[in-house]
Design a protein. Structure first.
Length: 178
């Protein structure tokens, strides 16, 4: 049981390059198969986190690779949707800036003397779920009112999540100096 969460994360990393290969392939129902890859990646994300917490098998490798796999899958999927003209470039840019900021700040905080890690919170988890739904809707119903609306709501939640992480960081800095 100790290695299963990390194995699931590695599977998710393998699925990242597979998504665009299938998405842009000439095979019949390519987007449907790419959607299945995305859903399997989402399921492994849920399962690895659940198992790691339930059986207390959190590892340094998991702490590093899990969010990396998540961000790579999200950016790859959004990149494919942008190239297919299902989402505007602004969506991709906003998420790229947000994710890059989180990665860089996470690296910075981890290598400080205190080894601070800002855990995911309810806003981040909610944004992830809604963005996953937005991706599913966009692949199934590209450029529909439902997919566009869900993408906008997901972007809004992503920005709320980012502000909550920034707020958490500055609250911790303030508490460390007191």
């Amino acid at each position: 049981m100790k290695y299963i969460p990390n194995i699931l994360t590695i599977i998710r990393l393998i699925l990242v390059p597979l998504f665009p290969i299938v998405f842009f392939s000439q095979m019949e129902n390519a987007h449907f198969y790419a959607l299945i890859i995305f859903l399997v990646a989402s399921l492994t994300d849920f399962l690895d986190g659940y198992l790691a917490r339930k059986y207390n098998v959190v590892s340094i490798i998991g702490i590093v690779l899990d969010p990396l796999a998540d961000k790579l899958m999200l950016m790859t999927t959004l990149g494919c949707l942008y190239i297919s003209e299902y989402i505007p470039i602004g969506v991709l840019i906003i998420i790229l800036i947000k994710e890059t900021s989180l990665v860089l700040s996470g690296i910075f905080l981890y290598f400080k003397k205190e080894k601070t890690v800002i855990p995911s919170n309810k806003f981040g988890k909610m944004a992830t779920v809604v963005f996953s739904l937005a991706i599913v809707l966009t692949i199934i119903f590209p450029n529909s009112i439902a997919s566009i609306t869900t993408v906008i709501v997901a972007l809004f939640l992503e920005l709320i999540a980012l502000s909550s992480y920034v707020n958490h960081y500055f609250r911790n800095i303030k508490n460390q100096t007191v």
